[in-house]
Write a protein that binds this ligand. Structure first.
Ligand code: MG
Length: 220
């Protein structure tokens, strides 16, 4: 456990693609049927609507630097994977939870499997530190995503890499992914070109979490 420094909300630089600035969900759609996103925007904050399901960006991306802030409700309930579970899919490669997920969860005082805690590359890489703030406080992820590339026949050319910083603390250092993040079974790559970013609406019954200040900078 590493106690992070004070919370600072870092706004977008001039060349950023702003995905959520507190005003509306124009950059997002429902993953299931591409209809309006259906999550709640109030007081500059975006909150999960579990009835609506996962949402994803209208735009698609390859490599980028992403900033996203998230908050577990102060009075969160549940335990393990059923306590504020959400997730950021750096590339959504299909319906449901298909793609590459960095976990969002309350890991302040909550035991679960190590490669399923907040900041894990789900079921692949344990975070290097637990830098969680307590429920009710804002958390920040700053993520570098290098997308996998594929040969014309669909085989893997170069793997995906992730570096991630949680509340100013390095938690993933250029890890080479084994494939998409899957709940059960061995990860595998599946060819794609550009992909949306997806936010998870997890089926557990705990109170819904929120996001704010989401932006990225596209990289070569
Ligand atoms: Mg999740």
């Amino acid at each position: 456990v590493v106690t992070p420094g004070p919370a600072v909300s870092v706004g977008p630089p001039s060349d950023a693609v702003v995905l959520f600035d507190g005003r509306n969900l124009n950059e997002w759609i429902n993953s299931r049927d591409k209809s309006p996103a259906g999550w709640t925007v109030a007081d500059g904050v975006l909150t999960v609507n579990k009835q609506a399901g996962n949402i994803e960006t209208r735009r698609t991306f390859r490599n980028y630097q992403l900033h996203i802030e998230w908050r577990i409700p102060e009075h969160i309930t549940g335990d393990g994977q059923a306590r504020g579970n959400s997730g950021v899919f750096l590339a959504s490669t299909g319906g449901g939870d298909a793609g590459y997920e960095i976990q969002v969860l309350d890991s302040y005082n909550n035991k679960t499997y190590t490669n399923g805690q907040a900041g894990s590359i789900y079921k692949q890489f344990i975070p290097l530190a637990n830098a969680m703030r307590k429920p009710g406080e804002w958390q920040a992820y700053d993520i570098l995503w290098t997308a996998p590339t594929f040969n014309a026949d669909g085989t893997l050319k170069t793997p995906a890499y992730i570096s991630a910083i949680h509340n100013g603390v390095l938690i993933q250092n250029h890890v080479e992914l084994k494939g998409e993040t899957v709940y059960i079974g061995a990860p595998a790559y599946k060819a794609y070109d550009r992909a949306p970013i997806k936010l998870q609406s997890h089926g557990d019954p705990s109170p819904v979490i929120s996001f704010r200040n989401i932006w990225l900078r596209e990289l070569p």
